[in-house]
Design a protein around this ligand. Structure first.
Ligand SMILES: *Cc1c(COP(=O)(O)O)cnc(C)c1O
Length: 455
């Protein structure tokens, strides 16, 4: 058995962490989980305030999910999805088709969010090459400003967050980029929806003949800093894309599976996309799995004799993996057994109360919430409400203070994010709120002292 200090060294030297400056990395090595709690090798407990990067739903070490995986493990861990099926992936496909919006019913599996967006983009492309009346000139994509769809080159091409994507620009394909539909960026927020839809209509009316698909994160652009679209925007996007014969790909990798209070964000505006991308929480946050669910019209265009070459030319080794599918099925069962969506109303209300309290803090500029997704933005100056200078890293300072108080958070730059597992209790939510308030107090006080002391 390695000692804790050996582990910490391996963890910060050999283990190259994702989206982490390793020079500043403060090693935390998790050993186990219990409900919403993470426990590290030193025995330190942290409330998992961001659901282990937005994917955990029912808590860690859930007996039902553990049991489902163990049971499947006694049968088989993995067999291929190429030219062969398996009991669990087939059952999951049927269950997903049943709960997916509208007539979406054909499930293509991948292993993570980026790879499923990649699959959806290629699916849309191939569709136009071989649908009933082929439109081979439809080869471009429309994407939103500050979009995030993953890190592989295709998914990064439709992404629009400069600090992630700009460096790789020479490797990415061009897309038609729309301004971020963030109501805070327009003069009259009440007209925001109309304003952003007009911009979209201009692009579509001019260029629809070249456009294969529009891809967006419905309602909430999470990685952008929890940007909330104006109500009605998603609905309008669906109407315009349908009118101009452009496929709509919705990336519900964050918003899927109850996060916003409904099973899928699209349901809030009664929208059915042509392809729905799911990932992150599809297995309850247990194992890597993702799915693109396509409409019958898309699926049909891929049918034909083997020699027609119409099959989807794409796939991943572990797509449809049985252990992951077992977790996903058990997670869907839990939605029924634990009435997860029903229970969310009270939790959402509690979170609203917590945010209202935070909003009273002189250094809180704005709070936003949809279901169990919340964002808090800070300001050094209650009058102007302008943000802190980026180099002060106020976001990570607050999260560091929260970590010292037993709550694990990860900010999006200076936007604080609260996104606990859906299974969190009202008492644990209270604790999360109390710790966040104390941490904001601590970090903003430190900052005021620092600013006062500087010449
Ligand atoms: C996380 C995320 C992805 C990428 O998923 P990975 O599993 O990290 O590849 C894609 N889209 C959205 C909206 C995401 O938040």
């Amino acid at each position: 058995m390695p000692t804790n200090s050996e582990l910490a060294h391996w963890d910060s030297h050999h283990y190259w962490h994702a989206f982490t400056q390793m020079e500043d990395y403060d090693s935390v090595v998790i050993e186990r989980g219990e409900g919403v709690w993470l426990v590290d090798t030193m025995g330190q407990r942290y409330l998992d305030g961001v659901s282990s990067m937005w994917c955990n739903l029912h808590g860690h070490n859930h007996p039902r999910l553990n049991g489902a995986i163990r049971q499947q493990l006694n049968l088989i861990a993995h067999s291929t999805s190429l030219g062969q099926g398996n009991r669990l992936a087939a059952t999951l496909a049927k269950r997903l088709a049943d709960i997916a919006p509208g007539d979406l019913q054909h499930v293509f599996y991948a292993s993570d969010g980026s790879s499923v967006v990649e699959a959806a983009l290629k699916m849309a492309f191939q569709f136009w090459q071989q649908c009933e009346q082929p439109r081979p000139e439809k080869t471009q994509y429309v994407a939103l400003g500050k979009a995030y769809h993953g890190d592989t080159l295709g998914s990064a091409s439709v992404g629009g967050i400069d600090r992630f994507h700009a460096l790789f620009k020479p490797l990415l394909f061009d897309v038609i980029r729309l301004p971020t539909p963030d109501p805070r960026t327009v003069a009259s927020p009440t007209d925001a929806c109309k304003h952003f839809l007009q911009q979209l209509e201009q692009v579509l009316s001019a260029e629809h003949e070249k456009i294969a698909a529009l891809v967006l994160e419905p309602m909430i652009q999470a990685a952008a800093g929890m940007v909330f679209h104006p109500p009605g925007y998603l609905r309008g996007v669906r109407e315009l894309t349908s009118r101009y014969d452009v496929l709509l790909i919705t990336d519900e990798i964050v918003t899927g599976f109850g996060r916003t209070g409904r099973m899928f964000a699209c349901e809030h505006e009664s929208v059915t996309p042509d392809i729905l991308c799911l990932g992150k929480s599809i297995t309850g946050g247990y194992l890597p799995l993702a799915a693109a669910i396509a409409s019958p019209e898309i699926y049909r265009s891929f049918l034909g004799p083997t020699t027609s070459g119409r099959a989807f030319h794409h796939g991943h080794t572990y797509g449809g993996n049985q252990l992951a599918a077992a977790a996903a099925l058990a997670s869907l069962d839990l939605f029924e057994e634990e009435q997860t969506l029903h229970q969310l109303a009270d939790k959402g209300q509690k979170l609203t109360e917590i945010l209202a309290q935070l909003q009273e803090h002189p250094h809180v500029a704005q709070t936003r919430q949809h279901g169990l997704i919340a964002a808090v933005e800070l300001t050094p100056d209650p009058t102007s409400k302008l943000p802190y200078a980026a180099e002060l890293q106020i976001g990570s300072r607050v999260c560091q203070a929260a970590k010292e108080r037993g709550v694990w958070l990860r900010p999006l730059r200076d936007v604080l994010v609260l996104m606990p597992p859906l299974s969190i209790s009202l008492e644990e939510l209270d604790l999360l709120g109390t710790v966040l308030l104390a941490s904001i107090d601590r970090a903003t006080e430190d900052m005021s002292n620092l600013i006062a002391a500087s010449p």
